[in-house]
Design a protein around this ligand. Structure first.
Ligand code: PGA
Length: 250
């Protein structure tokens, strides 16, 4: 059985005080949830203060992106060992905002995935099609290409430390969620593709998250789908009450 994972991506929100207040609330409502993982990805400047609040909790900490190198001349980047040094165990990689706004391509995303895994971080590898790609019926082709390129060189062993997040670009921050049928269809496709690329039991063990306007109202029906193993939550992760409801999905 795959252990569900609910991840909150705070994006470029919360200063250190706001982050402290938010994680304090979330920490309380996540206590005792032992059949699922909860993960938070605050902005880099808040990683260490959030980490301190989470010290005695099971809530996991992640960065929102990560460099492939351990150190060096990479202005503006954070290294996998820096993330680990503040208590981080994972990094989101290849988010559509990184792809679209900052023009990160599949090759760069692949380097980040390999770098994260090399230094022992869990890679939360994001993929997703645009509205145009969906309407022109290219969804599966686009996703297959993102997966094959983004995961190039990832071993079977490392694949088991990788989480795939399917986030249709048209559903992110728009209030427009993929229907549970649309999401399940894509998740099943991703798992089938992973079974072609890796062993079947590896594909069966990889967690595939859905992201894109997940909220307190739609989380239960999404989580009830057989191939949806969790959620990557943006907007609704910024309010303790909605995120607490989401992590307590039925
Ligand atoms: P959203 O963002 O929940 O606000 O749509 C999801 C994400 O970008 O990870």
């Amino acid at each position: 059985m795959r252990r569900p994972l609910i991840a909150g991506n705070w994006k470029m929100h919360t200063n250190i005080l706001e982050a402290y207040l938010l994680v304090s609330e979330i920490g309380k409502c996540a206590a005792g949830l032992d059949d699922r993982d909860v993960l938070l990805a605050p902005p880099n400047v808040a990683l260490s203060s959030v980490s301190r609040v989470l010290q005695d909790s099971d809530v996991l900490l992640a960065s929102q992106n990560v460099c492939w190198a351990e150190k060096g001349a990479f202005t503006g980047e954070i290294s996998p060992t820096m993330v680990k040094a503040v208590g981080g165990v994972a990094s989101i990689i290849g988010h559509s905002e990184r792809r679209q706004i900052f023009h990160e391509d599949d090759e760069m995303i692949n380097k980040r995935v390999l770098g994260a895994l090399k230094f022992g971080l869990m890679a939360i590898f994001c993929i997703g099609e645009t509205l145009e790609e969906r309407e022109s019926e290219n969804t599966f082709e686009v996703l297959e290409s993102q997966i094959r390129q983004g995961l190039a060189g990832v071993s079977s062993e490392d694949m088991q430390k990788t989480v795939v997040a399917y986030e249709p670009v048209w559903a992110i921050g728009t209030g427009k969620t993929a229907t549970k049928e649309q999401a399940q269809e894509v998740h099943a496709f991703i798992r089938k593709l992973l079974a072609e690329m890796y062993e079947k039991d590896v594909a069966e063990s990889v967690r595939i998250l859905y992201g894109g306007s997940v909220n307190a109202e739609n989380v239960d029906e999404l989580m009830a789908q057989p191939d949806i193993d969790g959620a990557l939550v943006g907007g609704a992760a910024l309010k303790a009450d909605s995120f607490c409801r989401i992590i307590n999905f039925n």
